[in-house]
Each structure stands twice: as C-alpha cells, then as structure tokens.
Design a protein around this ligand. Structure first.
Ligand code: FEO
Ligand code: CA
Ligand code: CA
Ligand code: CA
Length: 638
C-alpha cells in the first residue's frame, strides 16, 4: 500500500453511527466490568455512559497514579529505520554476531562459522527478561527464535550446507548478558563471567513428570533425562526467584525424515506438525533430527526451559509439568496464596490457552528451585462471560488408558491431544499472555487466524466461537481475563474483549477500539506484551504490515473512559517485528528486540530492504536489542 492510500484511510472521519456503535460497546463493556470488579468499578460503570472525564468517573488507575500515557504519538508509516517519540533516544545494546565476551570474535559476515557464532549474540532476538542485580546492574535474558540462512549467509556460502547448519544451530537458543548502567545508559559488561550462550546443542536436564519416560528415550540418551539444546525460543518469563523461562515454540521445523510406518508417535507428531517442511535439512548432518533414527527426539522439544542466569555453570531444565506444545511465552505471577501461576499460549491457528498452577507455595525465604516440577496444568474453555480452566490430569475425565493416556507423562508429552479430548476452546493463535497486578487481570494476545470461518460446515477448530468471533480474523484481538478476587489459581474466571484490532475507520475490519483512538493508535497482529512498573500495558506487533504500516510498540489504556485506546510509541524498520518489550524496574529504560529487520520471504543476504541498524553496505541487517530512554531521563511513557 502506498503512502497516499495510507493517508486516505487514516484521515477518514468516523461516521456518527460508527461512533455510537463504539460508545455502546464501551458502555456495555464498562457495565460488565462493574460486575467483574465489584463496588469500585460499579461506580465507574454508573458514570460510563457519559464517556467523560470527571472526578467520579476516573478509573482505579487514574486515581492511583494520576497519569496515563503522555508521550507525543509517532505516526504510521514504513521506512528503513526506527522511530520514537520526540524527547526519546535509542541506543543499540547488542546485535546478532556481536561477541558476548571481550575475547570473542568480532562480527564479520563473510567469516561466520559455528565456533564464532557460539561466542556471539544469536540471531532473531525475541523475548527479553531482566533480572536486577543491583541498582545499576542486571542480567538480560534474550531468546533467539529462529534462523534464516538466506538472509544470514552470502550466496557463495549458502551452498556449503554443513557450515550453514552448524552455524545456525549455534545462532539459536538464548543469551544471558550482564549489563551495567553508567550515566543513565546501559551497556553489556563483556568482562562478566555470567555472559553465556545457550544454543541448540547445550546440554539440558529433562525434569518433571515426563522425565525418564520411555517416549523420551532416544539412541543418544537411554535415560530419557538428558537432552541437547533448546529451539524455537519465542517468548518467555522471569520467575519470582529470578530465573529465566524460555518457551520452545516452532520446534517442528528442525526435524526431517519419515517415521516408520505405523509408529506409535504418528498421531502425536502430526498434531505438532512434525516434521516441518521448510527445508532446513538439519537431519542430514545431525541424525537425532532424523525421525527414522530418533523418532522420540521431537518429544524432547516443545517445553518451557528454566535457566538460572546468575549461575553460568547451571544446566537448563526442561520443565515438563508445564506441558508440551508450541509454547509462545511463560509469564509468571504469584497468587495471594503464594502459589506461582504461569500463563502460556500455544501459537497455532485453533490451538489453546493454558495456565500452570504450582502445587506448592513459593517461599521467598527458602525457595524451592524445582517448584515448577509439581503442579497442575489447565487449558481454557471459554463460555459467554466465564472461563472454565480444565485440568490436564491423568485419570480424570477422558485422560485415561482407554483414550491412549497411560500416565501423566503421556498427558504432558501429548498435551495438545489431551486438551483436544477435554474440549478446550480453539483460539486465534494465542501469543504472549500477561498477568498483572493484584486484581487478577490477564491480557491475552491473539494475533490472527486466517482459517477462522463462519461457514456452517466449518470444523470445530475453525468455526467462529464466543472468544474468537471474527471470520478470517486478519487483524487479531486482545482478551482480558479477570481472575476472581485476584486469585490467579482460580479454576473459573471471567473474560471480556479489550480490543478487536484493525482499522476502526474501515467497517470491513470489524475493529473495536476506544472511540477516541487516533489514526496512529490502532494496529493489527498483537504478539508480545509487557506491563511497565506502573502496571500499564504495552503491546508489540508482528504482522502490522497487513495494514500498510510497519510493526511497532503501542501503549494501551486498559481502564476508565480511555480503555481500549492505543497510542503509537515505536515504529520498527521495514521488515522487522518488535519483540521482548521489557522495562527496568525503575521504568526509565525500555529494551526492545527488533527481529528480522529488512527481510521477508523475497529477500536474501544480497537484497535486504534495509541494512538497519548500522547501514553498512557490506553488512546484512542485524537483529538487535535496543534501549530506549527519555533524553532528559525519567519514566518512559509519561
Ligand atoms: Fe514466535 Fe508465536 O511467535
Ligand atoms: Ca511471538
Ligand atoms: Ca511478555
Ligand atoms: Ca513473532
């Protein structure tokens, strides 16, 4: 879409009837919220029909902190670089290929090898976690989601598949970096012994109910308890005890070969799309990725992995109690009763929303390092205003031997099949899921689902449903869950829509935003999200180009008369998605992961759309983590 078309769309005046429709929606939503949140919100809903700001109608958040987002909004568009509001600055913290230690090899795109890559920051940064060490020191925990050989290697090298594959596996996984702040600016401390690369080959412990099960045993590992590497690391979380959770998402792409005919994993692998079909050919060089050689190896991926970033000698643990699927993220919250709850999306069209509740309470004085090995995994079934969280517990309901589940390990290794059996609600690609605050609020990013259909003969997986009501759902939506009385362990919750994404001025989109939304404040394809230290929601996108504008980061109002109002804060360079929004605890720094800048299906190393972030003619664009500050210092977004 050209600029003129974009301007045309964004300047369309909203019609009176559309405005009334939106106001009616907001009124309805606010009055429903009144029921959800009790007396305080009831007073809010009573004032809602006027949709005006008055002392009585101010939301909880406005009353508490007196501010919402006050930065000057940036404009929609798309070009070769990134944009922040007036008064803000950005710095590149680290890029793909930068050495993580002083002694590491400098990036040279013509010299990339597996051994160099193992000492350098990985490719396609996604989730960012931050663990505070002291006021001016912290550990940055960064996922590297996937590799793309065509954009990483010059044409002359791409034929050397052995080199490409060996380098790719070391560009995957995660990075732990100690960062330090001087004069208000963060940098990587390349002298820190904590700096660490975790790759697709790093030794891991398989932990929890599926550890040691026969379906976890491979020719390389007769114990079923030791595996190599983590892959498809998308979003994640940080635990209350300061460890890093990295979520394994699209693990199917790395496997090749056909299962032996009639193999017992046939149905399980098919449900996870194993083997993938993107031609990586890893199985040619690493037999464990060949289903003919190691049919159980895929069962050792698709988990949430816990890493202790403070101990560079620690062995990451795959926590099987939290299930196996295409894990998008793993954001944690401690419930009032001390139990830790982890919210997780399974990012596939028609897959599910999960939460895990620890069996034991978290004791800050005496933390159990293996707390996440014991607990109950639940999957969500959405009713009109209620969610039933269905336990994935062996022996309960249909999860029995008669249906192919002989143990809890079976339930977990085949989580998707178990959730199918329970009748979970098929969702429009659940991405990041963010719990926040003591009111039990949880925001769920649903990025899109081209398969969603209102046809009478649509399959249950694809048919529109209460929580996913838009056919095709090109633009995605955001759901808000309210756990009763702030009890995140509840097995019955309430829910509502926060927004339905897309252009509010285009009736064909079916978008629903706050009626005061600007032409820059709406977006599509919500993916990652974060809350800042004030509890305010921020959303980054992956796929906003469907609307003709670059991906970015938006602030999102969630309370009072501004609820449903997006505000554009950051615009990515063309081709990039924005991941890992992460604020420092003082709110004065925002880290963003800019993933796959300048590339799409049609680009390669020689033909990127931009050479962000350094614009060197002899360098490809490089995924990078950036830090954003206020020029004069202060809290981001205010
Ligand atoms: Fe890796 Fe679902 O994004
Ligand atoms: Ca994602
Ligand atoms: Ca997040
Ligand atoms: Ca993404």
């Amino acid at each position: 879409m050209n600029q003129a078309d974009r301007d045309d769309i964004s300047s369309n005046p909203r019609t009176a009837s559309e405005k009334i429709g939106l106001e009616t929606f907001i009124e309805k939503r606010l009055s429903r919220r009144g029921l959800l949140l009790g007396g305080l919100a009831m007073s809010l809903s009573a004032c809602a029909p006027k949709l005006q700001s008055s002392p009585k109608s101010r939301s909880l958040r406005e009353q508490d902190i007196g501010v919402t987002f006050t930065f000057p909004e940036i404009t929609r568009g798309s070009d070769g670089t990134h944009h922040v509001p007036e008064g803000y600055v950005t710095e590149t913290l680290i890029r793909w290929g930068d050495p993580i230690h002083n002694a590491g090899p400098a990036f040279d795109p013509l010299l990339q090898t597996a051994s160099r890559q193992a000492m350098q920051f990985g490719y396609n940064n996604d989730f960012i976690g931050f663990v505070l060490l002291d006021e001016d020191r912290g550990l940055l925990c960064v996922n590297h989601e996937y590799t793309e050989a065509k954009d990483m290697f010059p044409k002359a090298q791409r034929g050397d598949l052995a080199r490409v594959v060996a380098t790719e596996i070391n560009a995957q996984g995660a990075s732990v970096l100690e960062i330090k702040r001087m004069n208000g600016r963060w940098s990587v401390d390349k002298n820190s012994p904590r700096n660490r690369r975790i790759t697709g080959k790093t030794p891991m412990i398989i932990s929890g109910p599926a550890a040691g099960h026969a379906r976890m045993i491979t020719p390389d590992d007769p114990t079923g308890m030791r595996s190599l590497g983590t892959l498809g690391n998308c979003a994640g979380g940080v635990t209350p005890w300061g460890t890093y959770l990295t979520a394994e998402e699209n693990i199917n792409y790395y496997f090749g070969g056909d299962l032996p005919e009639g193999h017992s994993e046939e149905q399980n692998h098919a449900r996870m799309d194993v083997p993938g079909d993107d031609g990586k050919a890893w199985e040619r060089f690493m037999p464990r990725f060949d289903l003919r050689v190691a049919p159980n190896e895929p069962n050792r991926f698709g988990w949430v992995v816990e890493i202790d970033p403070k101990d560079p000698t620690s062995t990451p643990k795959k926590r099987t109690a939290m299930g196996r699927f295409k894990h998008e993220g793993a954001e944690t919250v401690t419930a009032p009763n001390g139990h830790v709850v982890v919210y997780m999306g399974d990012d596939q069209r028609g897959d599910y929303l999960y939460k895990f509740v620890s069996r034991d309470a978290y004791d800050p004085q005496n933390p159990d390092p293996d707390l996440l090995d014991h607990g109950t995994l639940y999957v969500a079934r959405f009713n009109e205003t209620r969610i039933d969280w269905l336990p994935l517990v062996w022996g309960q309901g249909p999860l029995t031997q008669a249906n192919g589940f002989a143990s809890q390990a079976d339930v977990l290794i085949s989580t998707r099949l178990a959730a199918d059996a329970l009748g979970a609600t098929p969702m429009d690609r659940p991405e990041d899921v963010q719990p926040a605050g003591d009111q039990g609020r949880v925001w769920v990013m649903l990025t899109n689902n081209k398969n969603r259909s209102d046809a009478l003969d649509a399959s249950p997986r694809n048919a529109v449903n209460l929580a996913n009501p838009r056919p095709k759902n090109t633009y995605g939506h955001i759901i808000e869950i309210i756990e009763p009385n702030g009890d995140y362990t509840a097995t019955t919750s309430r829910w509502d829509f926060l927004v339905k994404c897309g252009d509010p001025n285009n009736p064909d989109h079916g978008a629903i935003w706050n009626p005061e939304i600007s032409s820059n404040g709406w977006f599509s394809a919500p993916d990652n999200c974060a809350v800042d230290p004030s509890g305010r929601l921020w959303i980054s996108t992956d796929g906003n180009m469907k609307t003709g504008a670059a991906d970015g980061l938006w602030a999102m109002e969630t309370d009072g008369h501004r609820r449903g109002l997006g505000k554009a804060f950051f615009r990515a360079p063309i081709g990039a998605e924005v991941c890992g929004p992460r604020f420092t605890p003082d709110g004065q720094t925002l880290f963003l992961a800019v993933q796959h800048p300048g590339t799409d299906d049609d680009t390669d190393y020689e033909t990127p759309m931009t050479r962000w972030p350094d614009f060197k003619e002899n360098h490809p664009p490089r995924p990078a983590v950036i830090a954003i500050y206020k020029k004069e210092g202060g809290v981001i977004g205010t």
